[in-house]
Write a protein that binds this ligand. Structure first.
Ligand SMILES: [Zn+2]
Length: 157
């Protein structure tokens, strides 16, 4: 089975023997896969850095001079965490596990890590800054739900 774009259309190839119900189910599944693949391609390291800059100017403009990330990149070797930040060298790594999640979830994780460049620990000041992001609470709930569903224990820092 495969799916690909042909101009404006998406072509999904499935076996002849499939019933109507199977066809409906598999076409939906293949379209989802294609969309996920396209998202992955769209979400590059340079896109991530641009996203970081937008988040800083939108939510942390008063700290912009302290938040100058040296690098912001996607990593695949970080299975225990959604993202991490090393304040000493101002580097931020975001797990590929969230690469296909909605934009606002990626924004939350990234803003969380960027905020660590101002406040390294999870104290009250830190949460006050992170909660400037309107969907912070919802994003934490979303990530907790994924952790529960996959059985993975993933810290958010
Ligand atoms: Zn953290």
């Amino acid at each position: 089975m495969s799916a690909y774009r042909e101009g404006e259309r998406v072509v999904v190839l499935i076996p002849d023997r499939f019933s109507r119900a199977e066809e409906t189910e598999w076409v939906a599944r293949m379209l989802e896969r294609l969309a996920a693949r396209e998202e992955r391609i769209r979400r590059t390291d340079s896109e991530l850095l641009g996203r970081a800059r937008r988040l800083i100017s939108r939510y942390l403009p008063d700290y912009a001079e302290y938040i100058v990330p040296a690098s912001v990149r996607w990593v695949t070797n970080q299975n225990g965490r959604w993202g991490s930040c090393t304040p000493d060298d101002a580097t931020i790594r975001i797990s590929h596990r969230i690469q296909e999640m909605p934009d606002w979830v990626i924004d939350y994780v990234l803003l969380h890590e960027l905020t660590h460049l101002v406040v390294p620990s999870h104290n009250a000041e830190f949460w006050e800054l992170v909660n400037r992001f309107p969907r912070a609470e919802r994003a934490r709930g979303y990530l907790e739900g994924i952790s529960a569903a996959t059985g993975l224990v993933l810290a958010d820092d």
